[in-house]
Design a protein around this ligand. Structure first.
Ligand code: MGD
Ligand code: MGD
Ligand code: SF4
Ligand code: MO
Length: 672
């Protein structure tokens, strides 16, 4: 048995180093690398099963060509040559007739390798096609809010948690989505360091916390302002830190905080005033409090305001200045590599941009020119985009030529004219940097491509050659591309030699220095002129979700989305074992709401609103508050009673970063 040290490429903040045990070209077993301090010798429950993902009987074996109506999923095998001939000739005629803007091609996040994710996007950049602003379904709101507040730079090193004296997990379920941070935290808690979870749901992280604060969805900014109010009232602010490293706190103190006394905060958030006081006292007493900011709080109309307000808290106590303190969500902004070498080798600086959330609308409504050719890799928008009914109507257009590259025949692939079999990451060579920690690492492939599967990188290079693109990156090997990524790199990564990195295994760029700020003022911005210029409130504040007044008046329950414990979106749905572990797709109602509707645990139920109807199995549990319906994960129609949860969500944007507002969804639950 051979052991290959690889990097986990799944869309996950942990970016683990893994050991793949290989025999006769097959992955027999995956385990966590004991020599990478963050991975610390264990892989998560999902990746422990990645041998079954690579060798899943459900994988696509060959390229396919559609023989039935779009969406039905009837295909006939074809050769790679025939598939590529058809793709390039269709693209060439579309470009000749309507110009390159009539094409939309992208690769999303399911392979986190900088080459396998970046190069397909580089292909479409070089062709000058319409571009997808990908990631608005995930993190664009978080990024925009963090940038406006802290700047385009990573947050605290998660490994600094070993020195924290208070840890708050705010809008994340670490147990599901950040299990290696969870493991570090467990060790710290043995020292008596308190761990608080602020989440509308009693998640597994919350069940295991010292204190769970169940908060109403979309009210985090009010709670954070309530804490600031008390820190000021009780003289718990670090005035020196505020004076030296922040901007505009005086204005917030004067114009905003007086409106956030504990009683009003309790009315907004559902957190009792005594608990707001207790939390503020705890936060004020801590020197090195660390907040793990989750994407959860950003997924509604004012998600940016929520995130930004919570991210300001460590500036009030000066925790940002101390190792072990501060806040962390993303870290990737601190890796200042030459990404453009891969993502933008040539092509116009700007073209038509389409928001990921509104792909459906773009496919249905864009003119001059309409989108006539679509290429999708590493994304399953027919399930994971909001307003999936609209997305699917767009995909169903008979005159749209769609190519999907994926290891599996996903719901999206069923709408394709040509489906191309993709490798999984264990069959690829690539370079990685974390988005939830400060490691970077080169990864060889564990096994050769299975069946006729091609990697994203190989496909991008072959299509580039056939489309006549001459940018050198389209004919480089991975080690050569790695050198390009480091050419002109700045910041901490610039100290590394790419050729050496291929051999060294994981390296961290973390430092013990306090949080730096890359805002226009180079300070933590309580007052943001940049936001004011965009017509957004320059100071943190809280307002009710406007959708509540419209949708909320018609529909009694609010949607809460959460991660799957054994699935990540649909990326592991080719593993039968994990599907079973996750269970039949379900929703959760509080016993009071279930009783009021005469519904019992295990019933098949209909979730409905103006946008549509979805069928799921009901769980009745008090892990959520009355008035809320929890739907974990996004499961495909094959597994649900009917439809998929995103059919109920609108494609409206968040206040910052045009992100997705899954949780500004109101609905009702009735018997199936
Ligand atoms: N197992 C697993 N791992 C994953 C994923 C997965 O689906 N499954 N997805 C991956 C991806 S793509 C991403 S982006 C990350 C996401 O990772 P995180 O940022 O860590 O977010 P989640 O853990 O998804 O947790 C969202 C949490 O926010 C809570 N929440 C929802 N609304 C609010 C609110 O208004 N206020 C507060 N305070 N909390 C709220 C939800 O109840 C839920 O517990 O995880 C990655 N890892
Ligand atoms: N209601 C609701 N919807 C959500 C969310 C939510 O919280 N609530 N979360 C959102 C978030 S955070 C995200 S990131 C998105 C995720 O949305 P998607 O990107 O659609 O996520 P996946 O379901 O993981 O789909 C990725 C696809 O890539 C394929 N794939 C895996 N590896 C490779 C590879 O190497 N090459 C190629 N070509 N394909 C590969 C997988 O088989 C899978 O079909 O969903 C969003 N949707
Ligand atoms: S925790 Fe995340 S990075 Fe680590 S093995 Fe699991 S999916 Fe991969
Ligand atoms: Mo995501």
């Amino acid at each position: 048995m051979e052991t290959v040290r690889v990097v986990c490429a799944h869309d996950c903040p942990d970016m683990c180093s893994l050991l793949a045990h290989v025999e006769d070209g097959r992955v027999m077993r995956i385990e966590g690398d004991p020599d990478q301090p963050y991975t610390a010798g264990f892989a998560c429950a999902k990746v422990n099963r990645d041998a079954e993902l690579v060798h899943s009987p459900e994988r696509l074996a060959t390229p396919l060509r559609r023989i039935g109506p779009k969406g039905e999923g009837r295909f006939a095998p074809i050769t790679w040559d025939a598939a590529l001939d058809e793709i390039t000739s269709r693209w060439q005629s579309i470009v000749a007739e309507s110009g390159p803007l009539a094409l939309l091609g992208y690769c999303y996040s399911s392979h986190q390798g900088l080459m396998n994710r970046g190069l397909p996007n580089g292909l479409f950049h070089a062709m000058g096609t319409s571009r997808l602003w990908a990631g608005t379904v995930c993190d664009s709101c978080m990024d925009a809010a963090w940038e406006a507040t802290v700047g385009p730079i990573g947050g605290a090193d998660p490994e600094s948690v070993v020195e924290s004296d208070l840890v708050i997990c705010w809008g994340a379920d670490l147990f599901a989505t950040n299990v290696h941070f969870w493991a570090k935290l467990e060790a710290v808690r043995k020292r008596g360091v308190p761990f608080v979870v602020i989440d509308p749901r009693r998640t597994r992280s919350a069940q295991n916390a010292d204190w769970h604060i169940p908060i109403r969805i979309g009210t985090d900014a009010a709670l954070a302002l309530g804490i600031m109010h008390i820190l000021v009232r009780d003289n718990l602010c670090d005035r020196d830190y505020i004076a030296q490293h922040t901007l505009g706190f005086d204005r917030v103190e004067r114009d905003v905080l007086p409106r956030f006394a504990p009683d009003r905060v309790a009315g907004i958030t559902g957190v009792p005033a005594t608990d707001v006081d207790r939390l503020a006292a705890m936060y004020g007493a801590a020197k090195k409090s660390l907040i793990r900011l989750g994407w959860g709080m950003t997924r509604y109309t004012y998600g940016g305001q929520s995130l930004r307000t919570v991210a300001l808290l460590p500036g009030v106590t000066g925790a940002y200045g101390r190792y072990g303190g501060g806040a962390v969500n993303g870290t990737n902004a601190s890796f200042e590599l030459n990404y453009n070498a891969v993502r933008k080798p040539s092509g116009p600086a700007a073209t038509r941009t389409i928001n990921h959330n509104r792909m459906g609308e773009a496919l249905l409504e864009l003119k001059d020119p309409p989108i006539r050719g679509l290429f999708i890799a590493a994304n399953n928008p027919a399930v994971t985009c909001p307003d999936t009914t609209k997305t699917r109507r767009g995909l169903a257009r008979e005159d749209l030529f769609t190519v999907v590259h994926d290891p599996f025949l996903t719901m999206t692939a069923r709408y394709a004219d040509i489906v191309l079999p993709a490798t999984t990451y264990l069959e690829t060579e690539d370079f990685f940097r974390g988005y939830g920690n400060y490691y970077m690492q080169y990864s060889p492939r564990a096994v050769p491509p299975q069946g006729e599967a091609w990697s994203n990188l190989k496909l991008a290079q072959e299509l580039a050659a056939r489309m006549g693109l001459i940018d050198p990156v389209f004919s480089m090997s991975q080690p050569e591309i790695l050198r390009e990524l480091f050419r002109g790199a700045t910041g901490p990564v610039a100290a590394f030699d790419p050729d050496t990195l291929r051999e060294t295994g994981p390296v961290s760029i973390a430092t013990r220095a306090g949080q730096q700020f890359r805002t226009p003022s180079a300070r933590l911005e309580f007052y943001s002129e940049a936001l004011a210029t965009q017509g957004l409130p320059p100071m943190p504040d809280w307002q009710p979700d406007p959708v509540e007044a419209t949708q909320g008046a018609q529909w009694p329950l609010r949607l809460l989305t959460g991660p799957g414990y054994f699935l990540s979106h649909t990326a592991f749905s080719g593993v039968a074992f994990l599907r079973r572990r996750e269970g039949t797709p379900y929703c959760v109602l509080h016993p009071a709401d279930a009783d009021a509707r005469n519904l019992r645990d295990g019933d098949r139920v209909r979730l409905l609103n103006d946008r549509g109807t979805v069928g799921l199995t009901l769980h009745v549990r008090d892990e959520i508050q009355p008035g809320v319906v929890l739907v974990p994960g996004q499961r495909s129609d094959d597994e649900t009673v009917d439809g998929t949860v995103n059919m109920l969500c609108s494609d409206a944007y968040t206040d910052m970063g045009e992100g997705a507002t899954y949780q500004s969804t109101w609905l009702d639950v009735r018997p199936w």
